[in-house]
Design a binder for this molecule. Structure first.
Ligand code: 5GP
Ligand code: MN
Length: 346
């Protein structure tokens, strides 16, 4: 039996809003990951099963390794079909916002969602939810939004409506947001939920292979270059810095999603508790940060790179050259010495 994480009033409101609405739109964050797409498609299939007209709209496209997910081809991508996806959002009688906290994370799609006057329900596990939502279901202690969707459906009395496709989407989100259950994954209830999903016929080993054993040879060559030529380990700090310029990416025929997971790798080095990856994109440098223990990488994400996220997994952006991004980071590092010291004492 699962504990009742989501309060009963929220469950009642969600139920009522779903009952009242015919057209429902689900939106999720820019550069959607496994949890963003997994939770969105799980809710999509569930609501469709209730006879609703449902659309999932993302700000930009998902990486190829998620395209096998049931329903992935039904997703409307705003950056590819602006007018069409904005019309879909404008016609919504209910909007679910999944796996992000503030409108800014929708980038180009944010004004369409902001303009809608309909009910907007946030279901998320990032800290600091924004104030534009009519109902906030925010649980940073939960490993993934996909897990919250499982809990939500069950609490509405519909465990029986969870079929194999829904279970596959939920499992994918739980697996990807915990690094295949290697971090943020000590809650016993996670494994209870997995056992329930297995009863729906999912093949968890096949899902792992579809997500993590499906990369190109180019990606592995890029990874080799990155680790041997572009990884800096600091003497004075338990920190690793990874960098890739646009040109270096192009040398390895870079495809969207190829850098997924790179930022985690230095955390396997003894003594490294914080890893930062800077990847030059067309118009900005994308910053990814990961840490172990209680080192707050989201603090650096927000203080240096206008971003945020979780304590151990966060992101941000930098507008300028790679050299300037590195300089900003290195000049900020001494400010976080007390946090590094605190980890040492443990
Ligand atoms: P990733 O490094 O995989 O892009 O993102 C890691 C985590 O940080 C995710 O939970 C994501 O939602 C969050 N995140 C990534 N980029 C940003 C950003 O620019 N702003 C904020 N607020 N969060 C971000
Ligand atoms: Mn998530």
């Amino acid at each position: 039996m699962l504990s009742k994480i989501i309060d009963q009033r929220s469950i009642d409101v969600v139920q009522k809003r779903i009952d009242e609405a015919r057209r429902i739109v689900i939106v999720t964050h820019i550069s959607p990951d496994g949890d963003a797409i997994g939770s969105s498609l799980a809710l999509y299939h569930y609501l469709k099963g209730l006879g609703k007209k449902v659309s999932v709209v993302t700000p930009n496209s998902m990486p190829d390794f998620l395209l096998w997910l049931p329903g992935a081809n039904d997703v409307s991508v705003h950056s590819e079909k602006k007018e069409e996806s904005e019309t879909i959002v404008s016609q919504a009688e209910l909007i679910f916002a999944l796996d992000f906290n503030v409108l800014k994370r929708l980038e180009g799609l944010s004004s369409a969602v902001e303009a809608s006057k309909t009910h907007k329900i946030l279901v998320d596990h990032h800290p600091h939810p924004g104030d534009c939502w009519s109902l906030v279901i925010s649980h940073p202690e939960i490993c993934s939004t996909s897990e919250l969707i499982f809990r939500l459906i069950c609490r509405m009395g519909d465990f029986n409506r969870i079929d194999k496709p829904i279970a596959e989407c939920i499992y994918t989100g739980m697996m990807t947001d915990t690094g295949s259950f290697t971090y943020n994954s000590n809650s016993p209830e996670i494994y209870f939920i997995i056992s329930e999903l297995l009863t729906k016929g999912i093949d968890k080993d096949a899902i792992y292979a579809k997500v993590f054993s499906n990369f190109s040879a180019d990606r592995f060559r890029l990874m080799g270059f990155l680790l041997s030529q572009r990884m800096k380990i600091y003497d004075r700090y338990p920190v690793a810095l990874l960098t890739l310029t646009l040109h270096e990416c192009e040398n390895y025929n870079y495809q969207k999603g190829d850098a997924e997971g790179f930022v985690n790798m230095p955390l396997s080095i003894s003594g490294v508790i914080f890893s930062i990856f800077m990847r030059e994109d067309q118009d900005k440098i994308k910053i990814s940060l990961r840490s172990t223990g209680s080192f707050p990488c989201n603090k650096i994400a927000s203080e240096c790179f206008g971003g945020g996220g979780h304590l151990n997994a966060s992101g941000g952006e930098f507008y300028g050259t790679m050299e300037a991004a590195i300089q900003l980071f290195e000049s900020a590092l001494p400010n976080y010495l007390p946090y590094f010291e605190a980890e040492k004492v443990k």
